[in-house]
Design a protein around this ligand. Structure first.
Ligand code: GSH
Length: 216
């Protein structure tokens, strides 16, 4: 599969960041194409032909087509490549990891996404302070829930046990967003402990926005 994967993303996209971490954890090589979200490149006709949602990430797989939706892509990576598992083996544990990932990917990220905030500001007339407060509110609720769940016995050095996985690769990028909106993360100490464990791993460090070729 070497050289067969092309990830469409944007350095600051937390959903693309998840996929970069997953590929890095598995040790799968990939190329990147950059869609500058602030310039609207996700809405270019050639990209919409691949992903009609006009969102990143999308993953081109040579000879197969294009995958969209970061968690679907991560699950495909998990099922297609050997290497460290991104999900634990037992069904109960897998459900816990997917639930942690879902707090971020289903209930937080979608409502503080660029197009949602642009709609609030441009179409509904909300001022920038209100838009930022909206994002901080929903991110905080999600991180409160993750922090509570990290008190569970299954938590180890990472969200689930002592190996990184799908919950961690959703959490870490969301913390990048949280900081961009000015949240002080000190109120979530378990979250910060997991983030520090992730940051020590090259797979996470190399996926960070500032390490991407399109970083500004
Ligand atoms: N549920 C999607 C969300 C993708 C998404 O919202 N991507 C953002 C960047 S993190 C995006 O492309 N935003 C462009 C926009 O809002 O116009 C996924 O997990 O892939």
């Amino acid at each position: 599969m070497t050289g067969d994967l092309l990830l469409h993303g944007y350095f600051r996209s937390s959903a693309a960041w998840r996929v970069r971490i997953a590929l890095n954890l598995k040790g799968v090589p990939y190329a990147q194409a950059f869609r500058h979200l602030r310039r609207g490149e996700q809405s270019a006709p050639d990209y919409l032909a691949q992903n009609p949602q006009g969102l990143v990430p999308a993953l081109d797989v040579a000879g197969r087509g294009t995958l969209t939706q970061s968690l679907a892509i991560v699950e495909w990576i998990e099922e297609s490549f050997p290497g460290p598992a991104l999900l634990p083996g037992a069904p109960w544990a897998r459900a816990r990891v997917r639930a942690l990932a879902g707090i971020i990917a289903c209930d937080v990220h979608p409502i503080q996404n660029l197009r949602v905030l642009v709609y609030l500001k441009r179409d509904l007339g909300a001022g920038q302070p209100a838009v930022d407060a909206f994002a901080r509110h929903w991110i905080s609720l999600g991180l409160d829930a993750v922090e509570a769940r990290l008190a569970e016995a299954e938590t180890g050095a990472f969200c689930h046990g002592d190996a990184p996985g799908m919950a961690d690769l959703c959490l870490v990028p969301q913390l990048g967003n949280a900081r961009r909106f000015g949240l002080d993360l000190a109120r979530w100490p378990r979250v910060l402990r997991v983030e520090a464990a992730c940051a020590a791993l090259p797979a996470f460090a190399e996926a960070a926005p500032e390490r991407q070729p399109d970083a500004e």
